[in-house]
Design a protein around this ligand. Structure first.
Ligand SMILES: [Zn+2]
Ligand SMILES: [Zn+2]
Length: 156
């Protein structure tokens, strides 16, 4: 399926009126659905393609897509909202963030599938949404850390 068809499908299904700008923003989001992009990233990526769409328009489009539930906003803690397009085929996942290099690793199946029911049953709380972020060190950074602490043990 080509990207044009996908965009038309998505907009029809979600009742989004397609304008040239919205189409561009969705196109960028789809072609980068394997990463997490900020509004600024979208702006730059569109500009790289020799098109120019103002940040305000990008924010408005993001808001529409977010309201429709097809775009997820993440706050990874550096004050900049990152967005991720939810493709049907893409599994729901959570995020592991390396405190050293900032790498974001995606992982599915950390939380139990029945988390909503569990919260409701135990606390009578209707869980609407949740985001799990686990902070730590990626394999590479952890190796460096371990090596460093070995050295410092030898030294002192
Ligand atoms: Zn790292
Ligand atoms: Zn993600």
């Amino acid at each position: 399926m080509n990207i044009n068809k996908i965009i038309i499908d998505i907009s029809e299904k979600n009742h989004i009126r397609l304008t040239h700008q919205r189409k561009k923003v969705i196109e960028i989001l789809i072609s980068n659905s394997n990463r997490h992009v900020s509004a600024e990233d979208i702006y730059t990526l569109i500009k790289d393609k020799d098109d120019n769409i103002g940040l305000a328009t990008i924010y408005r489009t993001i808001k529409i897509l977010e309201d429709k539930g097809i775009l997820i906003r993440h706050d990874f803690g550096n004050g900049e909202a990152k967005y991720e397009f939810v493709m049907k085929e893409k599994e729901k996942h959570d995020h592991l963030i390396c405190k050293q290099c900032g790498k974001i690793i995606e992982m599915a199946g950390i939380l139990p599938e029945n988390l909503n029911q569990k919260v409701l049953k135990e606390k009578g709380f209707y869980c609407k949404e949740f985001h799990l972020i686990i902070y730590g060190y990626c394999d590479e950074c952890n190796n460096v850390r371990v090596n460093q602490s070995v050295h410092s043990k030898v030294k002192y």
